[in-house]
Design a protein around this ligand. Structure first.
Ligand code: FES
Length: 90
């Protein structure tokens, strides 16, 4: 199992290795409105463990560009975790 620490909520959620992080829906306060990479509601800063995420898919790349996201930001409705642990805040 992989771990996602949500720093601003002070909690850690476990998800299967290789899972889409849309699995965090309902397990944290983050909203997943469109689940298509177009609304930005699931945009987070990755504080640690960026290497444990798969590279952004096309939908995520386009969304991040559209929102002018920083290099350490990701859209969790599109991102997949390889394994290990990441630390995020939103
Ligand atoms: S839920 Fe809309 S961009 Fe992720």
């Amino acid at each position: 199992m992989a771990q996602v620490e949500i720093k601003n909520e002070g909690k850690t959620v476990e998800v299967p290795d290789g899972a889409s992080l849309v699995k965090l829906e309902g397990k944290c306060g983050l909203l997943f409105a469109c689940k298509a990479g177009t609304c930005g509601s699931c945009r987070v800063r990755v504080l640690e463990g960026m290497e444990n995420l798969e590279e952004p898919n096309e939908a995520e790349k386009q969304g991040l560009e559209m929102f002018g996201a920083e290099p350490n930001e990701r859209l969790l409705c599109q991102a997949r975790i390889k394994g290990g642990k990441i630390v995020i805040e939103y």
